[in-house]
Design a protein around this ligand. Structure first.
Ligand code: HPA
Ligand code: ZN
Length: 345
């Protein structure tokens, strides 16, 4: 949809009101300190922070690994199916407030089975929240299971095996955790197997690691979307490939800022990549840790980069076009997007 630019004064309101999809959000990263303390109490799990504020004060990171260490500690409070249901319900409530119409939630089971939980406890709790989402929050929600790349491919196979009885509750498979030193090709065989099983495929690539990781996510793992992908800007041939094949990149500006991928939001490459024809989207990654949910990512990034209502439409449209939803749901969502833009004109 082409429209005349909406005045910059009204842009934050438009960004908040516009219907959107969220395609890169780790549910364990949505666990707010308040709920973390409540679950710690409910499950008798000790926390090494005195209170919510002391925990929040510890959220200062120099890189991905420093974040992953504290994120991992926070997952220890999750014990029961109800805990996973409650955590997902809290996220869906926030997502609805940000006018998210479809969310494809990342989760992992390996973190939790490593603490002695069953994979089914995790999947069933999260899936029940997704099933309730249309009636409770007026949105669609589905699940993408991420393998942890710092663990072995054999362990990823074991994880896949454990969720096979729950196959119908999971739309896709992804790849997360410590990127550098754990390239996509380490998981070639298990992704090939997931593909045979009919899972949609995505992978984190080019968050901190070089463009070669994006190439192998595409050519070896055969993923349909790249999570982050910001390092593609350093490889002109890769940029051409991403544009030509309309490969969606699920970008997370506040995450990149907090993990020092970019020194400031003004230096973020999302605008340049979008203008180059890349199918970029905006997402929150780990909103409880990185300073904001999806609308905060939109408003801060647009302010820092001077982006326009045309960019806003393109990003929201991309989020639906890149979603793993059926064609009729997609056109309903795009109609609602167009409707909101029309009311702002
Ligand atoms: N990158 C890799 N793994 C993650 C991230 C991320 O941004 N968030 C949660 N797990
Ligand atoms: Zn991520």
């Amino acid at each position: 949809m082409h429209h005349k630019p909406i005045h910059a004064d009204r842009l934050p309101a438009l960004l908040r009101a516009m219907p959107k999809a969220e395609l890169h959000m780790h549910i364990e990263g949505s666990l707010e300190p308040e709920l973390m303390f409540a679950l710690a109490k409910r499950n008798n799990v000790p926390l090494r922070f005195a209170d919510e504020q002391a925990l929040r004060d510890a959220y200062v990171f120099n890189n991905l690994q420093e974040f992953l260490d504290i994120y991992h500690a926070g997952t220890l409070v999750l014990k029961t199916e109800q805990d996973f249901y409650d955590m997902a319900g809290a996220y869906l409530t926030r997502a609805q407030a940000d006018n998210v119409l479809n969310t494809e939630i990342f989760f992992d089971t390996q973190t939790h089975t490593g603490h002695g939980l069953d994979a089914a406890t995790v999947v069933n709790g999260l899936h029940r929240a997704c099933t309730d989402a249309p009636a409770k929050f007026g949105m669609t929600a589905s699940l993408i299971l991420c393998f942890l790349r710092h663990l072995s491919e054999d362990e990823a196979f074991e994880c896949l095996e454990q969720v096979l009885p729950l196959r119908d509750k999971i739309v896709g498979i992804g790849l997360a955790s410590s990127e550098v030193g754990h390239p996509p090709e380490k998981f070639a065989k298990v992704f090939a197997r997931a593909r045979e099983l009919g899972f949609r495929l995505v992978a984190h690539a080019g968050e901190e690691a070089p463009p070669a990781y994006i190439w192998s996510a595409l050519d070896v793992l055969k993923v349909e979307r790249i999570d982050h992908g910001v390092q593609a800007i350093h490889d002109a041939t890769l940029m051409q490939r991403l544009v030509q094949d309309r490969v969606p990149l699920t970008m997370c500006p506040l995450s990149n800022l907090k993990l020092c991928v970019f020194p400031t939001l003004a230096e973020h490459t999302i605008r340049r990549m979008l203008d180059a024809g890349i199918m970029a989207t905006v997402n929150s990654d780990d909103p409880a840790y990185f300073g904001g949910y999806i609308n905060e990512n939109f408003t801060q990034t647009f302010a820092a980069l001077g982006m326009t209502s045309q960019h806003a439409y393109q990003l929201a449209r991309n989020s639906f076009d890149a979603s793993f939803i059926d064609a009729s749901t997609r056109s309903r969502y795009v109609e609602r997007l167009d409707g909101v833009f029309e009311t702002f004109l």
